[in-house]
Write a protein that binds this ligand. Structure first.
Ligand code: ADP
Length: 445
């Protein structure tokens, strides 16, 4: 700022000197005044030029003038560059921060002091059916129209979460969301959403399972204690006593079967899948399964040979199965014993192994009642039964197919069911072909 003052003084001096010669002191003063006016005009023009330069959308271009004005312009440019750098750094940090929140598996919504949406990530938008762009600055309660949420929002205490239905809920599967408000800053709030459908389902399954097990155990237990009471209180003759004891034995067998199946299931779920090192000789195993099936069939048919079921086991291929013997035996026995139990007397059961391209398959077909299509997807759920009374009558635990499915999956395979009501059923264990090798190859390795 010193330079323009000097500039003015020199100009006044230069103008004042000829003014002095022309009109003494008055001439000098007038000339100096004129110089001040001219300088003021020039200054005004420069200020205006500087102002126009400052008002340009971009200050990147160097000003065309020189001297103090150029210096001032460059200082402004420098400050601006620093400012831009700072803004860019902050912008980048903000973007990184938003990307991190965007990547979160949980939904995050930032609400302003009037509970309007300032920002939300895609997960929250999907959870609550919001449009991350269009719904900005909308009041959250106007968008999440769940009475449970509205009540939660209006109450003061948000120390715990609330469970509401998510937008992906349908009539068949309900999406469960855990939603919680966290206050921060100046009356602002963070709304977090978490999809807890799987957790809720697991919890419901656990509750159902405990209820089912309790029910399954309580039924034979009630019958047993009834018999015990009868034996204790009534004077029974020997024949009746034996009959009661036999009935009690049936109930205790039932409980034992149930506990054995439960243990098998928990072992299947709690242990790592079997490798390929154990070799199960199929002809031996199939002979055992067949003899058990015939014994069960004979038990069900009683002494009347005319009512017997026709049981056909195709000659077992000379294969070794690479996997767990006890698990395979359990799966095969469950499928075969189901076929025997659900096929009426006089019906037939056909069991066989076969190989197809990249699969080896065990299949058992029966001429039983068949199963309606709506039951098929649920059949391998624990304790799911189509015919509850037939299952009970024949000593079923409701866990056989769940066990067979687990065994198949643990060996890289699957349980397949084909059935039509009135036409019988075929249950198949489908394994990768690599699980079945010829016995010769197996003994060499
Ligand atoms: P359960 O011990 O009751 O037989 P499973 O898990 O083995 O339990 O089978 C589940 C249900 O599937 C059975 O209760 C029965 O309703 C049906 N089911 C299984 N196998 C057959 C079959 N071969 N024919 C008809 N229904 C079957």
């Amino acid at each position: 700022m010193v330079f323009p003052v000097f500039e003015l003084l020199i100009l006044m001096g230069l103008a004042g000197l000829p003014g002095w010669f022309l009109g003494d002191a008055l001439g000098a003063c007038l000339a100096a005044l004129l110089a001040v006016c001219v300088y003021a005009l020039v200054l005004a023009w420069r200020v205006d030029r500087f102002d126009r330069w400052l008002s340009a959308p971009s200050l990147r271009q160097d000003p065309p003038w020189q001297g103090v004005w150029r210096e001032m312009s460059q200082r402004v440019q420098r400050m601006l560059r620093q400012q831009e750098k700072r803004v860019a750094t902050h912008e980048k940090r903000l973007q990184d921060f938003l990307s991190a929140i965007q990547a979160s598996p949980n939904g995050v919504i930032l609400l302003d002091d009037e509970a309007r949406i300032e920002w939300c990530n895609d997960t929250a938008a999907a959870h609550l059916g919001l449009d991350a762009m269009k719904d900005r600055m909308q009041h959250i309660v106007h968008l999440v129209r769940d009475p449970v949420f509205s009540r939660y929002f209006s109450q003061g205490n948000h120390a715990s979460d609330v469970i509401i239905e998510g937008r992906s809920s349908s009539s068949v599967s309900a999406q469960k969301l855990s939603v919680q408000l966290h206050a921060y800053g100046d009356r602002r709030a963070l709304l977090l959403t978490r999809d807890i459908t799987a957790v809720a389902q697991a919890e419901a399954m656990r509750r159902d399972f405990v209820a089912n097990v309790s029910h399954e155990i309580r039924t034979p237990l009630t019958v047993l204690s009834g018999f015990v009471e009868t034996l204790q209180t009534l004077p029974l003759d020997e024949q009746e006593r034996v009959r009661y004891l036999n009935l009690m034995a049936v109930q205790s067998d039932r409980m034992q079967d149930l506990v054995a199946d439960l243990l098998t299931l928990s072992q299947l779920e709690g242990s790592s899948p079997p490798g390929m090192h154990q070799q199960v000789v199929l002809p031996q195993l199939m002979a055992q399964v067949e003899s058990d099936a015939r014994a069960l069939s004979a038990l069900m048919g009683g002494l009347d040979a005319t009512q017997a079921q026709s049981i056909v086991f195709d000659p077992s291929p000379e294969w070794a199965f690479l996997g767990s013997k006890s698990e395979l035996q359990s799966a095969l026995s469950n499928l075969v014993s189901n076929a025997v139990r659900y096929t009426p007397l006089g019906g037939s059961i056909h069991a066989r192994w076969s190989r197809q391209a990249d699969q080896c398959i065990f299949a058992v077909t029966d001429t039983g009642p068949g199963i309606a299509p709506e039951h098929l997807p649920r059949l391998s759920e624990r304790f799911y039964r189509v015919d509850r009374s037939r299952s009970r009558e024949t000593g079923g635990t409701g866990l056989g197919l769940a066990i067979a499915k687990h065994v198949a999956q643990r060996h890289g395979g699957e349980l397949r069911i084909e059935s039509q009501v009135g036409q019988g059923s075929t249950f198949m264990l489908v394994f990768p072909a690599s699980r079945c090798v010829s016995i010769d190859d197996a003994s060499e390795s």
